[in-house]
Design a protein around this ligand. Structure first.
Ligand code: FES
Ligand SMILES: [Fe+2]
Length: 425
């Protein structure tokens, strides 16, 4: 299959216009130390403190008072996301105004009131300090000035983003750039049944992202799991069907093998799926209402290919989502150290209509788990030998264009941070 060539565009992460590293875009070669060096990791720590980060979905906190907590360990930050009485979603640092205790220790809840475990100062969903026990001893403290520390927070298509730079001025929409226009009113809400998984991986976070951004490895690394579902006669090496660079972000259409058939010998799989590659677990009739599904949306499967498996959107710095026929799924890759990351994935299916559908969801999750285990175990091996210093570069091929563009954007962003630090010294 012919590779399509897209043009890289300038982008803005809030510090002015940057251009994806031209050398990486041209040669596909990237300095291997970006995965191992502490200096690069420190630059990335800065970046995670400045750019918009996807952390959650609005559907996780549907009602006034609902809240979740998200950890951004690379910034030593814990963030409360809470829906207020006015239905606005707000974000606050999860730290008490009295003596700096971590305010909320659970990961989610309802009611919109936060009582500190240490001395029971109480905050509401607007972040206001509403009660101080034995208040007479704090006559010198301004309650009005002792609310929770707000974090910039905004939403796009049901996804919640935060920005830890309290002095930053770039809007989420400007950060998303051309991506914000690329998808609109996509029916993410039609797939309300979710399952989440996550694990710590002893590998650089960018290696973990790259393993999800190219299908070149499918025939080798996933020979025992999903290879035959993706590799087809017309597209044996699973080239992307379509590629778009969207400022700092990018998308591609990932193919499937239209001739893949459930093996009659694989009774459990055959029992489970209507269509394994596209996450179709149930014949719910939803396919007949295309306006309610991704398949019927004009922003999805832009080439209208019958080889289409899913559209994958890769947002700088750490967020990926895929939309497919029967559902969608997302990944977040959180840097922990130069050689460690936390990976989390959330799968969204149509609501199962039967026990058989529920079984299909579980089967799908198990298949995904096996595939991702193959990725994650490999990443640890990759990181380990990268540390040897034996190789100076990695080199991406044309079908790994998503990885290449991500590396070129990452390089430009890291150089920008380092230049700003030198200028400040
Ligand atoms: S530290 Fe929170 S009430 Fe004392
Ligand atoms: Fe993989």
């Amino acid at each position: 299959m012919e590779m399509q060539h897209a043009m890289a565009q300038p982008f803005d992460l809030g510090s002015g216009t940057l251009i994806p590293d031209a050398d990486i875009m041209e040669t596909g070669k990237v300095d291997l130390s970006v995965y191992t060096s502490q200096e690069r990791f420190e630059a990335e720590r800065e970046i995670f403190g400045k750019v918009w980060l996807n952390v959650a979905e609005t559907a996780e906190i549907p009602n006034a008072g609902d809240w979740v907590v998200r950890e951004v360990k690379v910034r030593s930050a814990s963030i409360i996301l809470v829906r207020g009485k006015d239905m606005q979603i707000r974000a606050f640092h999860n730290i008490c105004s009295h003596r700096g205790m971590k305010l909320v220790w659970d990961s989610k809840g309802r009611g919109g009131k936060f009582s500190c475990p240490y001395h029971a100062w109480m905050f509401d969903s607007a972040g206001d300090l509403v009660n101080i026990p034995d208040e007479g001893c704090f006559s010198h403290v301004s309650k009005a000035d002792s609310g929770l520390t707000p974090v910039r927070c905004d939403t796009w298509e049901g996804m919640i983003f935060i920005n830890l730079d309290s002095t930053g001025t770039q809007s989420l929409r400007d950060f998303l750039g051309p991506l914000a226009d690329r998808l609109s009113n996509v029916p993410f809400g039609s797939y309300p049944y979710t399952a989440r998984v996550g694990s710590m991986i002893d590998a650089n976070w960018k290696l973990a992202i790259e393993a999800q951004c190219e299908a070149y490895h499918v025939r080798a690394l996933h020979a025992r799991t999903v290879s035959k579902m993706l590799s087809s006669r017309d597209n044996p090496f699973v080239h992307p069907l379509h590629v778009e660079f969207l400022g700092a972000h990018r998308m591609n259409s990932v193919p499937r093998n239209p001739e893949y058939e459930m093996s009659p010998e694989k009774l459990v799989q055959a029992f489970s799926f209507m269509n394994a590659q596209q996450m179709v677990i149930a014949d719910t009739g939803a396919q007949e209402k295309p306006e309610e599904t991704f398949a019927g949306h004009p922003d999805v499967n832009p080439t209208g290919s019958n080889l289409w498996g899913n559209d994958q959107f890769i947002l700088y710095p750490h967020f990926i989502f895929h939309v497919s026929l029967g559902g969608w799924w997302l990944h977040r890759f959180w840097p922990i150290a130069a050689d460690k990351c936390y990976w989390e994935a959330v799968y969204h299916f149509e609501r199962p209509q039967s026990l058989r559908n529920q079984f299909a969801v579980q089967y799908s999750l198990a298949l995904n788990r096996d595939t991702l285990m193959e990725d994650n175990l490999a990443l640890v091996q990759q990181q380990e030998v990268m540390e040897s210093g034996a190789k100076k570069i990695v080199q991406f091929g044309e079908q790994e264009v998503m990885c290449k563009h991500l590396a070129a954007v990452s390089e430009a962003a890291a150089n920008d941070v380092e230049a700003a630090q030198i200028a400040a010294e």
